[in-house]
Design a binder for this molecule. Structure first.
Ligand code: HEM
Length: 505
């Protein structure tokens, strides 16, 4: 009996396997032999893939050399991938640069789904992003105050909002991560991080044809080695300083930053990833893990929040009616004779709707990169293991099946509390923070920084475009990279708006 049961299971499994292999790939542009669709490399952007999706549908297939690439561009397909089969799609594709720069995916952002990633995420959420980690949140408040002061010193003159907010978010993450800071070090660090961002998405032939890697190897590898050794030098110095501080204070320092928190898990023995399992109660991090997590936080926290603040300011300057509504709300809730307090934020409904509408139209991470852990089937199509799956959050936020007038900036669409989609991850037409296992673990902290900065900048100051530029003339194009920032940096002239004298509390 057992024999027949086993036999029929084998036959059934074989049938399924055969069936699955026989299934077609999703539709997509026809490729050339060997190179596949590599001639369309320049279309792997949020806009390029959205255009292709209009022709081939919400799940499309491209072959880049030896690599299968699938682009997901509609809410329904995103639900399939990020909810129905979340575990199958929870790995990250690692190209040569990512593998090298993250010390062999020793971080959290690029680690594959599994017990190592789970432990890393647990530590980061508990020790860095949670509400209980007061220092991360006070870093936001301190740096927002400093930014408001900077603006107050430049009343009546053009202020480059892009530079202003990038400096705000960089200082904020730097302060939360390293405690104290020196301006010189920060400039070095930002250059390193920017080079990392470029290298992560740089074209490298070895990613598509490993056997052709030698063609680019020399120049590309030199850049990789240089970037990683700069980061090593920088973070090693910081780790040493923190270890000295720990020794001096007997591990009991009250004022801890992110490096201190991570050092509490530091093992002198080189603990490999293989040593991690879910049941392990004591986690050991290597120096490489600590460096890679610090890099994640700097990369994840700086440009995302800065780009979002700049886009909200730009959309409001483009739409004076909405600017008026946001500022009137601030006047009603806060009043014009004091500064915004943390407790005011929850009452700023229109500001929150404006933030949502901006994240819909300009998600700071427009494309999510995932990888299939095994062969699978979606909507009747075959997706092999180790395929790169790109979820086009930008296209999904503008999909006509989920949104009325999708291209129009209309914060009021979020005023209808009961029916408006939320970005917590279960409404698949609106996923600026992702959804499921790999969604952003710092959503609360990111939103806090975003709302605090905007509430202060819009409450304390009125903003005009420079040189009598009309709001209709404001250029709203973006550029493609890991993030999708504005192509032309926003510049605006502030004037003081409050009736009380300028005193930052
Ligand atoms: C407006 C602000 C932010 C937005 C819109 C945002 C968005 C996202 C998105 C879309 C993902 C990827 C989801 C996926 O692949 O499915 C992500 C992941 C991540 N974010 Fe954020 N993020 C923001 C702020 C932050 C901040 C402030 C930090 C840290 C200080 C941060 C740290 C991370 C990390 C570490 C991951 C990787 C999670 C993983 O792979 O398990 N993010 N974020």
């Amino acid at each position: 009996m057992d024999f027949f049961l086993v036999l029929s299971l084998l036959v059934f499994a074989g049938f399924l396997f055969g069936l699955r292999r026989g299934l077609p790939y999703p539709p997509g542009p026809k490729g050339y032999p060997i190179i596949g669709n590599m001639n369309m490399m320049d279309q792997l952007t949020h806009r390029g893939l959205a255009r292709l999706a209009k022709k081939y549908g919400g799940l499309l297939h491209l072959k880049m050399g030896g690599l299968h690439v699938f682009a997901v561009s509609t809410p329904d397909m995103a639900r399939e991938v990020l909810q129905a089969q979340d575990a199958v799609f929870a790995n990250r594709p690692a190209n040569v640069a990512i593998a090298y720069l993250t010390y062999g995916q020793a971080d959290m952002v690029f680690a594959n789904y599994g017990s190592f990633w789970r432990q890393m995420r647990k530590i980061c959420v508990m020790k860095l992003f949670s509400r209980k980690r007061a220092q991360s949140w006070s870093s936001v408040r301190d740096e927002v105050d400093l930014t408001v002061r900077t603006v107050a010193q430049n009343l009546g003159s053009p202020v480059n909002i892009c530079e202003l907010v990038l400096s705000l978010t960089k200082n904020m993450t730097y302060r939360a991560a390293f405690g104290s800071f020196s301006r010189e070090d920060q400039d070095d660090f930002v250059k390193i991080i920017q080079e990392f961002s470029k290298l992560f998405v740089a074209f490298n032939i070895a990613d598509f044809f490993p056997w052709l890697g030698w063609i680019q190897a020399g120049e590309f590898n030199r850049r990789l080695v240089k970037a990683r050794s700069s980061l090593d030098g920088f973070i090693d110095k910081i780790i040493e300083e923190h270890m000295q501080k720990r020794k001096a204070s007997g591990d009991e320092a009250a004022d801890t930053d992110m490096v201190d928190e991570l050092l509490a898990f530091y093992g002198e023995v080189d603990a490999s990833k293989a040593a991690f399992d879910d049941s392990q109660s004591s986690i050991e991090l290597t120096r490489d893990n600590i460096k890679a997590i610090i890099m994640d936080v700097m990369l994840g926290g700086t440009e995302t929040v800065a780009a979002a603040i700049e886009w909200v300011m730009a959309e409001l300057m483009k739409s004076p009616e909405d600017m008026k509504k946001v500022q009137q709300e601030l006047a009603d809730v806060v009043g014009l004779c004091r500064f915004v307090k943390e407790s005011d934020i929850e009452k700023l409904t229109y500001l929150k709707c404006t933030v949502k509408e901006t994240l819909r139209l300009h998600p700071p991470i427009p494309l999510l990169l995932h990888e299939t852990a095994k062969d699978t089937v979606v909507a009747g199509y075959r997706l092999p293991a180790k395929s790169c799956v790109i979820i086009n959050v930008w296209a999904i936020g503008r999909d006509p099946s989920g949104w009325v007038d999708p291209e129009v900036f209309k914060p009021s669409r979020f005023l209808t509390n009961d029916s408006a989609p939320d970005f917590k991850g279960s409404d698949f037409e609106f996923i600026p923070f992702g959804s499921g296992r790999r969604s952003c673990p710092a959503m609360q902290l990111g939103l806090y920084a975003l709302e605090m900065a905007l509430a202060h900048l819009l409450h304390c100051f009125n903003w005009e475009l420079p040189d009598r530029m009309k709001s209709s003339e404001l250029d709203m194009s973006d550029v493609f990279g890991l993030n999708a920032p504005r192509a032309i940096q926003l510049v605006a002239v502030p004037t003081y708006r409050l009736s009380c004298p300028f005193l930052v509390e």
